[in-house]
Design a protein around this ligand. Structure first.
Ligand code: 5GP
Length: 332
């Protein structure tokens, strides 16, 4: 664990409102009753109940971040916590929300303010479309996202599709439009068995895929999709604790990343919702190392490769690679 803690790390899959720690929730004046709900998640033995609880915790976080100031404060603390965990490059994602006290544009500006007010971590912003929202709402959101991307092209780097996989849609045309405007695309995909949608997503060829739990045939994926995926080799964003606690994967040892390791397919290790699942990136690397008996060299390389899968500019990628190479040479 100590090695994983010291390693300068790359995080590519972190939802802002899932990343609020207990400390941040207290700073945002969340009641002790609601903070205790977070601890319940670990005590709940039924996987379905845990998933239901996880989604109700997003509501707690959303209620705590319904003003411009609260969004800015939350973002600032999340970045500081990643910094303390030795994360040097962070792609933070969030769904722009319209609240009575702020517009979607103001929501995005608040996140950007927190990002630009600090110089602890290189932070890029990915904006999310929630698959359970209506087409009209998502289109409105996309308009704002594209407008803001023009203003902050060096910070806003990508568009994500997230939200409960049990309902909603992948609105392909919206993501096609975003791609034409030079936004990178990452899509939550195959969190549950849904081979038709997975096929549509693979045909779309996103830059990255979130989770991909059921892509492999062993976990319910179709042979066609697995073969297609093997031809495309799209980097997968893996989130071990999140998958195990939300019950989409049975145990760490049975995590589908085993197939990516075995077949040398591209993947990165991430936290997903570090507040909800009480984890951090060091812990995620440690858990993977323990589950699959991986060497420090393997873990270093896995984190190093994530730089290439990131949405940073080529120049930024080279700088980050330089930091890691230097760190490695100082170890021996
Ligand atoms: P936010 O976008 O509000 O900053 O972060 C919370 C949101 O992220 C949730 O409402 C949900 O839409 C999305 N999210 C967080 N974790 C997951 C996950 O594991 N799977 C999916 N599909 N969506 C998630």
């Amino acid at each position: 664990l100590e090695f994983c803690q010291r390693l300068p790390k790359i995080e590519l899959h972190a939802h802002l409102n899932g990343s609020l720690s207990e400390r941040t929730l207290r700073i945002l004046n969340v009641s002790e009753h609601n903070i205790n709900l977070y601890q319940l998640l670990h005590k709940q033995s039924n996987a379905e109940e845990r998933l239901r609880l996880a989604f109700s915790l997003f509501k707690v976080a959303h209620d705590a971040t319904n003003t411009i100031d609260a969004v800015c404060t939350a973002t600032k603390h999340v970045i500081e916590e990643y910094y303390r965990d030795n994360v040097i490059y962070l792609e933070l994602r969030t769904t722009p929300r319209e609240e009575s006290a702020m517009s979607r544009k103001e929501y995005i500006e608040a996140v950007i303010k927190a990002i630009t007010d600090q110089n602890l971590v290189v932070v890029k912003l990915l904006l999310s479309i929630n698959r359970t929202h209506s087409l009209d709402e998502s289109n409105e959101s996309l308009e704002t996202i594209l407008e803001m991307h023009k203003l902050y092209p060096n910070i806003i780097k990508g568009l994500d599709l997230s939200g409960s996989p049990y309902s909603g849609h992948f609105y392909k045309d919206m993501f096609e439009r975003a791609r034409q405007q030079k936004l990178k695309i990452t899509l939550h995909c195959a969190e549950i068995v849904n081979n038709e949608e997975v096929n549509t997503i693979l045909q779309f060829k996103p830059d990255r895929i979130g989770h991909g739990t059921t892509l492999h045939t062993k976990y319910g994926g179709s042979q066609t999709n697995w073969e297609l995926y093997n031809n495309l080799k799209i980097p997968l964003e893996c989130c071990l604790t999140s998958n195990v606690l939300s019950g989409t994967v049975k145990s760490f040892k049975e995590h589908h990343v085993a197939e990516w390791i075995k077949h040398e397919l591209p993947f990165s290790i991430n936290t997903d919702d570090k507040g909800i699942f009480s984890t951090n990136l060091s812990n995620e690397y440690y858990l993977m190392g323990e589950a699959f008996n991986l060497s420090k060299e393997y873990i270093f390389n896995c984190n190093y490769k994530a730089i290439d899968y990131s949405f940073a500019s080529d120049e930024e990628k080279e700088q980050i690679k330089g930091i890691l190479t230097q760190w490695k040479s100082a170890q021996y």
